[in-house]
Design a protein around this ligand. Structure first.
Ligand code: SF4
Length: 274
C-alpha cells in the first residue's frame, strides 16, 4: 500500500516536471519565434526605434488617440489638466461634470472661496491645493486676460498651479501650438523603452523628444504614447507579443524593468510646478 502511494507520488512529480518543462519551452519558443520574425540587423538590433516610422505605426495602432480628459473649450481643459496631477483621467472625468455645472467659466470660479470648490473635487488627491489653484488661476484669468485662457506659454505658466506640462497640454490640444512635448509617466516609460532617451528626468526627456520628433508631431506624439502605455505597453507586464512595435523596439520582450518609475513620493505634488 505504502509502496503504491510512493510510486503514484513519483509519477505525479514526473508529470508535473514534464508539464512545467513543456510550458517553459513553449514560452521560450514563442518569444524566440517572435524575435526571429523581427528583421535581422539594423531595425531590431538598433538601440533606438526609428522615430518617424514608429509614430506612423502608432497612428495605425491607435487611430483614435486623443486627450482623454473630458472638456469643452480651453478653460475646462485647463481646469481638468490642473486636476489631473497625481491622479487618473478617469477620476478627473468623474469629478468635472459637477464642477463645470456649478462653475462653467473663469468668472464664476474667480468669485468664490476655495472652500466652496473643495467638496466638488474632494475625490482627487491634493484637492485642497487644487481647489486653491483653480480659484487663483480663475482670478488671474479675469484680472489679467479678460477671462480668456492665454495662447502663449509664458502667460500660461504665470497662472497658479500651471507649469510647462499643463500649459503645453492646453496649447497642444486646443490650438496645436505646443512649445514642447508633454512628458507624463507613460511618455517617460515608453520613450525609454523605444530608446528615444536615456534620461529619467522629465525635462531632459522632453528635450530629447523635441530633438527627435518633428515639431508638428509634438502634440500627437504625447497622445499616441499615452494611448499605447494605457493599452499595450503597460508598466508591469508590457504586452510585447501583441504590440505592433515589437519589430522596431529595442526593449521588446525584455522591457519589464525598462522605464519603470521610482516609488512615488507622496509629498511631490507640493514641490511640483503642476
Ligand atoms: S509593448 Fe514591448 S515591444 Fe511594444 S513598445 Fe512596449 S516594450 Fe516595446
Amino acid at each position: 500500500m505504502k509502496r503504491d502511494a510512493k510510486s503514484s507520488a513519483v509519477k505525479r512529480d514526473a508529470a508535473t516536471v514534464a508539464v512545467t518543462k513543456r510550458t517553459t519551452q513553449g514560452g521560450a519558443a514563442k518569444r524566440g519565434a517572435a524575435k526571429a520574425s523581427a528583421p535581422r540587423g539594423s531595425a531590431r538590433r538598433a538601440k533606438m526605434a526609428p522615430p518617424v516610422e514608429t509614430l506612423d505605426k502608432l497612428r495605425t495602432i491607435h487611430p483614435d488617440a486623443h486627450c482623454e480628459l473630458d472638456h469643452d473649450g480651453p478653460f475646462q481643459l485647463l481646469v481638468a489638466t490642473v486636476l489631473s496631477a497625481q491622479t487618473t483621467d478617469v477620476n478627473v472625468n468623474k469629478a468635472t461634470p459637477g464642477l463645470f455645472a456649478r462653475f462653467p467659466d473663469a468668472e464664476s470660479l474667480a468669485r468664490v472661496d476655495p472652500k466652496e470648490v473643495e467638496p466638488l473635487v474632494s475625490t482627487l488627491g491634493f484637492f485642497r491645493q487644487k481647489a486653491k489653484s483653480l480659484v487663483g488661476l480663475s482670478k488671474m484669468l479675469v484680472e489679467d486676460f479678460g477671462g480668456k485662457v492665454p495662447r502663449r506659454l509664458d502667460d500660461l505658466v504665470k497662472l497658479p498651479g500651471v507649469g510647462r506640462k499643463t500649459a503645453n497640454v492646453v496649447l497642444g490640444v486646443i490650438w496645436n501650438t505646443p512649445e514642447g512635448v508633454v512628458v507624463d509617466t507613460h511618455v517617460q516609460r515608453i520613450s525609454q523603452r523605444l530608446g528615444w532617451t536615456k534620461n529619467t528626468d522629465a525635462a531632459k526627456i522632453e528635450q530629447d523628444l523635441m530633438r527627435l520628433i518633428p515639431r508638428e508631431q509634438w502634440d500627437p506624439t504625447s497622445h499616441l504614447l499615452i494611448f499605447h502605455g494605457r493599452r499595450i505597453c503597460f508598466a508591469r507586464k508590457p504586452n510585447c507579443e501583441g504590440c505592433g512595435l515589437s519589430e522596431v523596439c529595442p526593449s521588446a520582450f525584455e522591457a519589464e524593468n525598462v522605464g519603470r518609475k521610482p516609488k512615488r513620493d507622496r509629498t511631490a505634488y507640493l514641490q511640483r510646478e503642476d
